[in-house]
Design a protein around this ligand. Structure first.
Ligand code: C2G
Length: 133
């Protein structure tokens, strides 16, 4: 069984998130997703709309996702890869090269980021539309 892992905040879930989750799952047989906790989001300087508990429930309902774990720090990936017997680590291409150190532990794959959509864009589009209403 080929086991894959990926990480993210996954706030205001959108097709870009679904694309990477689907592609990551298709690289193996089992997908583990590390979701950033609310505390770690502060460290990442990200303000999520949904709490960790809400984002975890949403991710767990996705057919491509087999297990959700919490992402509390930048440093936990090696431990997670060992603990969950991971074969492949996946991130979107906006992270290209940033996690190459993990190549000592597993395959590292960067997948093309879906263009034209992001949680930030959703929020700014909604602000713009609200101002026009
Ligand atoms: N993503 C994508 N296409 C988009 C938006 C996001 O492929 N249009 C991918 C990102 O590249 C990432 C994943 O979806 O691999 C989750 O994105 P975010 O929730 O923004 O996660 P991020 O803030 O990049 O956190 O330790 C890693 C970090 O937790 C990653």
């Amino acid at each position: 069984m080929k086991r894959v892992i990926t990480y993210g905040t996954f706030d205001l879930l959108h097709p870009g998130h679904i694309n990477i989750l689907r592609q990551a799952r298709e690289l193996g047989d089992y997908l583990v997703v590390g979701i950033s906790t609310d505390h770690f989001n502060k460290i990442k300087n990200k303000q999520a709309y949904y709490t960790f508990i809400e984002r975890k429930a949403i991710l767990e309902s996705i057919r491509y996702v087999d297990m959700v774990i919490s992402e509390n720090s930048w440093e936990q990936k090696v431990k997670d890869i060992k603990k969950h017997s991971i074969d492949t680590f996946v991130m979107g291409s906006d992270w290209q090269g940033k996690f190459d150190y993990l190549k000592s532990y597993c395959e590292v794959v960067y997948l093309p980021r879906t263009t034209g959509i992001s949680t930030t864009k959703i929020k700014s589009d909604l602000r713009f539309k609200n101002n026009k209403l």
